[in-house]
Design a protein around this ligand. Structure first.
Ligand SMILES: Cc1ncc(COP(=O)(O)O)c(C=O)c1O
Length: 365
């Protein structure tokens, strides 16, 4: 019998891969009966036109997809007053963030605000690069001078921000663009729920990349489609490092169907915004501080029955809600987030279930 051959995968991996901490996605609970308000998904299904488009495409699956997603690029470009040459489609917007990093992030590392979307350090790490932090204070106002001072080849700015929902004014974004030499990525995953898009600035700033996703406002998180808008020069670089068939056939037609059903999109979006505002009123009535949100989430600082807030209170509520099968998100690691919980906006019924569980937590203290 030959000896079993061993291989120390960790020791043999490239040094930067040995150091890498993989992204930790929000929990996907198994079993029935969960109120899932932890990953900012849309509570409503995608447009019925998506199902039609998908069904029509299934018969074509023996063939490779159109490699550059040309049709989807053209349709999206037109909506923004651009051309397909200014658009790239990704397997989720995470894919676009990775392409940008592969092309443009150098040894100096990428910049980001803290807190913001925790995938940025992961994509930078996958390219063997680090991050330059620009910390927020509790006001969550954008520190333009600090962003400029990073001199980062790529700066990731989430607007509206995650996990707070706070949107930054276009004037601040333009001030950054004017003063930096590198690329500013404005990650607009949540913009459809109330933010102001930076897309019109693309005409004047070739160092701007706007990143969008179909996962939130279009209800297609399970399909994995996102897109980037930028100058033709930037897009052509991103195309060089893109997998040849990075977006499958089904995803291309599904995204197009969702994008073109504007009427359905507007109705669902308005419902989510109305539910957010109604939920906010209830949190205000409890006397909890909540950041003004332009996203499909609320970042709120719970107070217990004794009126106390803090990390222990937020952690206790998170655990209590989870035991009640209401799943929200808790970010324990950062002083600006540890006394808050992040609640995705669900249906009215789901938010009712959340608020009922909150009331019972308050009564059980
Ligand atoms: C700020 C931000 N950007 C991007 C994404 C990921 O989007 P996608 O599903 O398109 O990869 C998320 C997902 O939660 C997000 O919060």
């Amino acid at each position: 019998m030959p000896m079993k051959k061993t291989f120390d995968a960790n020791a043999r991996a490239l040094p930067h891969v040995q150091e890498l901490h993989a992204y930790v996605p929000g929990e996907q609970p198994q079993g029935e009966g969960w109120v899932k308000l932890n990953t900012n998904e849309n509570p409503y299904p995608p447009s019925p036109k998506v199902a039609e488009a998908v069904a029509g495409e299934v018969v074509e699956l023996r063939r490779y997809p159109e490699p550059v997603s040309a049709r989807l690029r053209a349709v999206i470009g037109e909506r923004f007053g651009l051309t397909g040459k200014n658009v790239i489609i990704g397997n989720g917007s995470d894919n676009i963030l990775d392409l940008i990093t592969r092309c443009f992030v150098s040894q100096e590392g990428a910049g980001h605000t803290v807190p913001s979307y925790s995938l940025y350090p992961v994509v930078a790490g996958m390219s063997g690069q680090g991050m330059i932090d620009v910390p927020f204070t509790r006001s969550m106002e954008l520190d333009v001078d600090a962003i400029v001072a990073t001199n980062a080849p790529v700066f990731f700015l989430t607007s509206p921000n995650a996990p707070t929902g706070v949107a930054f004014p276009l004037s601040a974004i333009e001030a950054v663009l004017q003063r930096i030499d590198g690329i500013l990525v404005v990650d607009e995953a949540y913009v459809d729920f109330g933010g102001e898009t930076a897309a019109p600035l693309l005409n004047d700033y070739e160092n701007l990349v706007v990143v969008r996703t179909f996962s939130k406002s279009y209800g297609l998180a399970g399909m994995r489609v996102g897109f980037g808008l930028a100058s033709a020069g930037v897009i052509s670089m991103l195309d060089r490092v893109r997998d040849a068939y990075n977006v499958d056939r089904i995803a291309q037609v599904a995204a197009q169907a969702a994008f073109e059903d504007v009427e359905y999109f507007d109705v669902q979006r308005a419902k989510v915004i109305a539910t957010r505002e109604a939920t906010l009123k209830q949190l205000d009535a409890l006397g909890w501080f909540t950041y003004p949100s332009a996203a499909n989430l609320l970042f709120t600082e719970p107070k217990n029955a004794a009126g106390a807030a803090g990390a222990a209170v937020a952690a206790d509520l998170f655990d209590y809600l989870k035991q009640s099968r209401v799943l929200v998100r808790y970010f324990a690691a950062h002083p600006l987030t540890c006394s808050f919980i992040r609640v995705s906006i669900g249906t009215d019924e789901e938010m009712e279930a959340f608020l009922t569980a909150v009331t019972s937590w308050l009564n059980n203290a």
